[in-house]
Design a protein around this ligand. Structure first.
Ligand code: SF4
Length: 64
């Protein structure tokens, strides 16, 4: 699974990072979310990523 955040869309609300902090983090440089799903292999983590994508208010999270 690959998770990416469209930084052009992200408004830095932090919702994704609070749902799955092992994948999403807010960059101190631009205040926007970054995703790293390399260690996200459990069913719970994958479900959380999908939830984050569905709650993101601007639809910035893409899961492939
Ligand atoms: S939920 Fe969406 S808008 Fe909010 S920080 Fe995450 S990617 Fe950005």
């Amino acid at each position: 699974m690959k998770v990416t955040v469209d930084k052009e869309k992200c408004i830095g609300c932090g919702a994704c990072a609070s749902i799955e902090p092992s994948v999403f983090s807010i960059s101190p440089d631009d205040g926007k979310s970054e995703a790293n799903a390399d260690s996200c292999t459990s069913e719970e983590c994958i479900e959380n990523c999908k939830e984050a994508a569905s709650v993101c208010p601007v639809g910035a999270i893409v899961i492939e």
